[in-house]
Design a protein around this ligand. Structure first.
Ligand code: ADP
Ligand code: MG
Length: 289
């Protein structure tokens, strides 16, 4: 009787307890620990085998999902590139030609035509509207395809982004760099830039911040980018996909962008005290140069 009880504990209860704790770590994303045998009766071993198989399937699915997201991100960048070129080469050039025609027409008005004559007023309005549209289009193409980034690198591009965003949103966006700037793989620079754009757009839309800063720090061990705002803050979801079902993909996209280049993303926020977002790319990351 005692022997049966002892055997039951050893062969069933203990292995089940171990398996249960391994299943819990599996749920947290640890795919390794489930593989070490837990022993016990055949049914328990069978259960463990099923769990191991399931873990493999989940891992495979995750891998292909990441490959897919990487491909979509690359296609999206290509499309932005193409759009920016078309807008720049066709639409913008056409507007500039229009602007020159308007200027000629302004000059062509009889000198006697007074500034407050209807023709004059009309032409001045058209000129102002054209100039505004050209300016907006330039901003749009810069956002689609950050040429500063390609030509000058991450630091000048972020500095420009800070300046432009500050102006557009009517708030102070400070920019600070630490360490010696180093040019990185274009895909990495672009990922950092896109993450800064998304973080700034979140700040503009949600934070009600007065003060924003972008800090970038180059050290031999890592590249760290930080965006800090003094706005309303929010409860950071444990799982970045939490907002996705309601159509909010920004935070999820930030995590994916970071993961695609081997960086980590950390968001800290507290209600009323603002938010800080930190991207860290270790120097030995496989994709960094
Ligand atoms: N800097 C921030 N300050 C305050 N709230 C923020 C900030 N960034 C994100 N949030 C909150 O997180 C939510 C999810 O952000 P996101 O996934 O980018 O979606 P979206 O910007 O489309 O709402 C936002 O709706 C907002 O409530
Ligand atoms: Mg957003």
């Amino acid at each position: 009787m005692l022997l049966a009880l002892w055997l039951g504990t050893r062969q069933i209860i203990q292995p089940l307890r171990i398996l249960e704790s391994k299943a819990a770590t599996l749920a947290l994303g640890d795919f390794k620990s489930i593989q070490a045998p837990v022993g016990g009766i055949a049914e328990i071993q069978h259960l463990q085998k099923e769990l191991v198989e399931m873990a493999h399937k989940v891992q495979d699915a995750q891998r292909s999902l990441h490959g897919y997201i990487g491909a979509i991100t690359a296609a999206q960048e290509e499309e932005r590139h193409r759009l920016a070129r078309e807008l720049h080469d066709d639409t913008l050039q056409a507007l500039i030609a229009l602007q020159q025609r308007v200027q000629l027409a302004q000059l062509g008005l009889q000198p006697a035509t007074r500034q407050d004559m209807p023709e004059s007023v009309e032409l001045n309005e058209i000129a102002a509207l054209t100039e505004q549209t050209i300016e907006n289009l330039r901003r749009l193409t810069r956002a689609l395809r950050p040429i500063y980034l390609e030509d000058l690198g991450l630091v000048p591009a972020l500095e420009m982004l800070a300046h432009e965003t500050g102006q557009a949103m009517g708030m102070v966006v400070e920019f600070r760099r630490q360490g010696v700037e180093k040019r990185l793989d274009p895909a990495i620079e672009l990922a950092f830039y896109r993450m800064a754009q998304e973080a700034l757009s979140n700040i503009a839309r949600h934070a009600l911040a007065k003060q924003v800063s972008i800090n970038i720090s180059f050290t031999p061990a890592s590249l760290i980018m930080q965006l800090i705002d003094d706005g309303v803050g929010f409860e950071v979801p444990k799982n970045p996909a939490e907002y996705a079902p309601s159509g909010h993909y920004g935070l999820l996209g930030l995590h994916e962008r970071a993961e695609l280049i081997g960086a980590t993303l950390q968001i800290r926020s507290s209600q009323g005290k603002g938010t800080s977002l930190t991207v860290t790319l270790p120097a030995q990351s496989p994709t960094s140069t």
